[in-house]
Design a protein around this ligand. Structure first.
Ligand code: DI6
Ligand code: FE
Length: 426
């Protein structure tokens, strides 16, 4: 450890714990019997307990006992539509009676029914309903999430949704990346005039969102019931003009070549991808775009075609995993459950799934320099789990072994002191 500078003020030292650092070093970048040092909200040192510099230990204001569990980076949910009003339980019943998601959407239900409910909800009501979902994610170790607009489809409600996303970040210990998804569906007022709606987004709303600093990125739904690749491209061009990153709901229900289009615009991520072609895999592999897999939507819609995980893996495309938390296709408020589904439904390994909600999730938000792995210099965002091995996080169904959540060095949640799935070591 030559050349190591030890900060004068060490806020905390975590010991009696194993570390899944989630760096490239397989498996899990694991360090058994590790130590993690926090100073000024950052990770100051991480490694084997036996290699911990003695000054780090002597200067620590507080020593925390990890009780033999595991620390992972704080979880990143890189694709959510968490801010909305109402539910779509009735639509769920209709689908179980045989109606398809597309049929319901074409009859004016689906996304548009959430648009009606969200337009009617004032900012406080929207904040209240969204908070409930957020708390459930935070309880399971999420420290960063993305939130999209897209249930307003007109100025005031779109801006309101984005403001609520910002307010959630102020009210709770979580980092929020906000994404403008005005091109989610065509509002009734623009029926038959999709190009006019796209022009309104490009000329009016995207500039205003950018000027108010309400979003970091712009997303669109490029599909048969969404927008065409041409319309999507116009949205991307407007985003570029206003300094916003892009991402895309691509190849969810059909192959529109959306992923390749997004890659051309330097997209942070392309998301869903059930219908992604081999050519599409090659293009995103070359652009460094993250593939975001959303097993909740696949499961909830009863899809049978799954994303080309083997090809993505072979091509070295980073794969993230997220909840897609939304009222229509993935009413999911558990990122841990998505880990399990990514493994059982899409055949990711538990290690890939965990990388999908840490290292690659961070990359999908452009935050990989700050979060996503346990490395000195990164934000001290991490979770202490009551588990015997990291694969337990993907293995358990509906368990929550989260013992402590730490954000920017502070313990912001504690609980669940038992090993809910049993303990192989005792
Ligand atoms: N694809 C989805 O799965 C969500 N949006 C999208 O473009 C669904 C949104 C909804 O049905 O409310
Ligand atoms: Fe989505």
């Amino acid at each position: 450890m030559s050349g190591l500078t030890v900060p004068n003020a060490i806020d905390a030292l975590w010991v009696n714990v194993n570390l899944a650092t989630m760096t490239d070093a397989a498996p899990y970048g694991a360090v058994e019997d590790g130590a993690l040092v926090v100073a000024g909200g950052k990770i100051a040192w991480v490694g084997e307990r036996s290699a911990l510099p003695s000054e780090m230990e002597s200067r620590a204001a507080r020593v925390w006992d990890g009780e033999g569990g595991w620390i992972t980076p704080g979880l990143v949910d890189c694709h959510t539509h968490l801010v909305y009003a109402g539910t779509r339980a009735r639509e769920f019943e209709l689908r179980l009676q045989g109606a398809t998601y597309e049929e319901i959407a074409r009859q004016g239900g689906g996304i548009l029914s959430t648009v009606s409910a969200t337009r009617q909800a004032d900012e406080e009501e929207l904040l209240r309903q969204s908070t409930q979902r957020l708390l459930s994610l935070l309880d399971q170790g999420v420290t960063t999430l993305e939130i999209k607009s897209g249930y307003g489809l007109e100025r005031d409600t779109e801006l309101r949704m984005l403001r609520v996303a910002r307010r959630l970040a102020e009210a709770f210990p979580v980092t929020v990346c906000a994404t403008f998804l005005g091109a989610h569906a065509l509002p009734r007022e623009f029926e038959g005039r999709a190009d006019d709606y796209i022009a309104f987004l490009c000329n009016d709303l995207i500039p205003e969102v950018a000027a108010q600093g309400l979003a970091e990125a712009v997303d669109a739904f490029c599909d048969t019931i969404g927008f065409t690749p041409d319309q999507t491209e116009r949205v991307f061009q407007a985003a570029k003009r206003h300094g916003l990153r892009v991402k895309l709901h691509a190849e969810q229900l059909s192959d529109q070549g959306g992923a390749a289009l997004a890659a051309k615009y330097g997209a942070l991520s392309v998301d869903h991808l059930e219908h992604l072609s081999d050519a599409g895999v090659q293009v995103i592999a070359e652009s460094g775009t993250v593939a975001v897999l959303l097993p909740g939507a696949y499961y909830f819609l009863g899809e049978t075609k799954h994303p080309p995980v083997a090809s993505l893996r072979r091509a070295g495309v980073p794969m993230a995993v997220a909840t897609d938390c939304n009222p229509g296709t993935s009413p999911a408020v558990s990122l841990l459950l998505m880990l399990n589904m990514a493994c059982t439904l899409f055949r990711l390994t538990p290690e890939e799934a965990l990388a999908g909600v840490t290292r690659h999730g961070a990359r999908a938000l452009g935050l990989h320099d700050r979060i996503g792995t346990l490395e000195a210099g990164k934000d001290a965002d991490f979770v202490v789990w009551a588990i015997s091995e990291p694969a337990e996080l993907a293995y358990a169904l509906g368990a929550n072994p989260c013992r402590h959540v730490v954000r920017h060095g502070q313990v912001v949640r504690s609980g669940h002191k038992t090993r809910p799935m049993g303990d192989s070591k005792h």
